[in-house]
Design a protein around this ligand. Structure first.
Ligand SMILES: Cc1ncc(COP(=O)(O)O)c(C=O)c1O
Length: 291
């Protein structure tokens, strides 16, 4: 049976200050952000009914909008209260929250002058992104032909919908070729990230991760770097070139959705799931179960 379509569910969605029935949370076809790619959004996980890193994600939603030259009409505190309310109302124990902000249909044209900013928050049950098989043996990544743009080309620090166009194409191409996700290089040819998660590799017991100068500095990324440091593992942020993957003893991804997931293969190169990945996966799981 096909999974239940996202727009045909029961429950409530918070939209522009009100909780409304799930199926009524609609936008007009002339919505400015639909045409010009300027929505900003977040993804949060709910563990045991509690929202993990709520303040960090809500701050980032505000920061993403600012980077696209607009302000959200609700404070961080108001959005946090709305998030907690929809999680409760929809009885989410283990799930995901998707806040999104966009410029409305009030005017059409490239200029956004005259548009209103709208905000919605949906919460729904969502199991672990990858099953036990992937957690044990790792996922397979295919290097994308698309590259993350330079910060002079796009507002790369913003979680903006327009930046996901190449992620979707990369991900779909990877899946069509039998891989689970794509590895994206940046405009310089350096390793950047996957389509919705950050990249780490272990070399001789040390953790290496690309400097986030043209992609999201993930909240999970920073959390896992702290967990590694607490374990006495040295963490090095630097430029990583794809040729260096031959030196990696372990590779894994981090993100709110994927949590900590090992990578077993990139293109034709295979990697073992090793002790540092397993340790950090366990530490992250422990943290999300008791915060
Ligand atoms: C493109 C991209 N990179 C990285 C991440 C990881 O960020 P976080 O750990 O804050 O979820 C995400 C997920 O939000 C993402 O969409």
């Amino acid at each position: 049976m096909a999974p239940q379509a996202m727009h045909e569910r029961d429950g409530v969605i918070w939209m522009d200050g009100e909780e409304i029935p799930w199926r009524d949370a609609r936008v007009h076809v002339l919505t400015h952000s639909l045409h010009y790619g300027s929505a900003v959004f977040e993804g949060l996980r709910v563990y045991k009914g509690k929202v993990f890193k709520l303040r960090e994600h809500t701050d980032r939603l505000h920061a993403s909008a600012k980077l696209l030259s607009y302000e959200l009409p609700y404070s961080v505190e108001e959005l946090e209260a709305a998030t907690l309310a929809v999680v409760k109302k929809n009885e989410i124990d283990s799930g995901y929250v998707r806040p999104i902000a966009w410029r409305g249909p009030e005017v059409i044209g490239v200029s956004a002058k005259g548009t209103k900013v709208h905000v919605a928050i949906a919460a729904f049950p969502w199991p672990a992104y990858y099953g036990d098989e992937a957690r044990k043996h790792g996922i397979k990544l295919l290097t994308s032909t698309w590259r993350r743009p330079s910060p002079q080309t796009a507002p790369t620090a913003s979680k903006a919908s327009g930046l996901y166009m190449i992620c979707t194409m990369s991900r779909d191409a990877a899946e069509a070729a039998g891989y689970q996700d794509a590895l994206m290089l940046d405009y310089r040819g350096q390793v950047a990230e996957a389509t919705g998660a950050n990249f780490f590799m272990v070399v001789k017991g040390e953790l290496h991760t690309p400097t986030p100068d043209c992609f999201l500095d993930g909240i999970t990324r920073r959390t896992v770097m702290d967990l590694a440091k607490k374990r006495g593992i040295k963490v090095i942020e630097r430029a990583i070139f794809p040729e260096e993957l031959s030196q990696a003893d372990e590779v894994f991804l981090t993100g709110t959705a994927v949590e900590v997931i090992p990578v077993g293969k990139i293109d034709d190169r295979t990697f073992k799931v090793g002790p540092i990945t397993n340790q950090l996966q366990d530490d992250y799981q422990r943290l999300t179960q008791s915060f």
